[in-house]
Design a binder for this molecule. Structure first.
Ligand code: PPS
Length: 285
């Protein structure tokens, strides 16, 4: 995958909308403000679902905003050229998305009181989701088979680098009070409680009917039908016509694709890399 990438500090990035100069500037000079809210993920962890949910919490369940402005403008990716320019101009408290590993994140964040949500997903499902997504993307070297992508993923040869390093890096922040870890799995299994948890963390209050509307408008079906959130606007330019962000939206899909040998290899690697972290961080286990 990394054949067509832009490299910065040993990490590969997509070849469109990223540059080493900008990544350096983002890290050194982007000013995170105390009132900003940051949404952090490794790609394919449910980033857009989290963004949609937080936008709907901000609009108290009213879908007007999520149905009228593209998701990448509502919560721009700080590390992209488009997102960085937009964020610099934005007044007031901002929603900011990012896939950056902790060591490349804007330094100003670590001195700020800005709140951050880190969304984690079973890396096996991240892998499968990534395989299908990158196959239709025009800005990375496309995997030819799941077998090939599996090798790239376990070696960390995918955009934004090793999932294990990414998760370990950000989880080191887990005891900070401005940091919340959520999982894709808890969103799937109990979205109502997860939205309440996010509201509590962000200091937001929703009436019961507002909460119901957040749930309805952030559902897989609603997002799949929302052209401001389903990436259909980027087809042709960034993706092939058959590319889709909202593919299946389920947990445990890896079981339909991994061989027994791949499942064992992955378990062993996970054990090696993550055994010293509290295992209750990994809800899919
Ligand atoms: S990206 O490209 O990194 O920003 O992709 P990301 O948004 O992180 O992840 C895409 C996967 O999230 C699933 N998704 C959802 N699941 C359930 N409900 C909702 N509303 C939802 N929105 C997005 C999406 O389907 C991708 O997972 P897979 O497994 O490929 O279906």
């Amino acid at each position: 995958m990394t054949g067509k990438c832009v490299w910065f500090e040993g990490i590969p990035f997509p070849s469109l909308d990223y540059s080493p100069e900008l990544l350096r500037e983002v890290q050194e000079s982007f000013l995170v403000k105390d009132k900003d809210v940051l949404l952090l993920t490794f790609p394919k962890s449910g980033t857009n679902w989290l963004i949609e949910t937080v936008c709907l919490i901000y609009s108290k369940g009213d879908p007007k905003w999520v149905q009228s402005e593209p998701i990448w403008d509502r919560s721009p990716w700080v590390e992209t050229k488009h997102g960085y320019e937009l964020l610099k101009e934005k007044e007031g408290p901002r929603l900011i998305s990012s896939h950056l590993p902790i060591q490349l994140f804007p330094k100003s964040f670590f001195k700020s009181k800005a709140k951050m949500i880190y969304l984690i997903r079973n890396p096996r499902d991240v892998l499968v989701s990534g395989y299908f997504f990158w196959r239709s993307a025009k800005f990375v070297k496309r995997p030819q088979s799941l077998e090939q992508y599996f090798e790239w993923f376990v070696e960390g040869n995918v955009v934004f680098g090793s999932w294990f390093d990414h998760a370990r890096g950000w989880m080191s922040m887990r005891d900070k009070e401005n940091f919340l870890i959520l999982s894709y799995e808890e969103m799937k299994w109990d979205m109502r409680s997860t939205v309440e948890k996010i509201c509590q963390f962000l200091g937001k209050k929703l009436e019961p009917e507002e909460l119901n509307s957040v749930l309805k408008n952030s559902s897989f079906q609603a997002m799949k039908e929302n052209s401001m959130s389903n990436y259909s606007l980027l087809k042709g330019q960034y993706f092939e016509e058959n590319g889709q962000l909202l593919r299946k939206g389920v947990t445990g899909d890896w079981r339909n694709y991994f061989t027994v040998a791949q499942a064992e290899t992955f378990d062993k690697l996970f054990q090696e890399k993550m055994a010293d972290l509290p295992q209750d961080l990994f809800l899919w286990k």
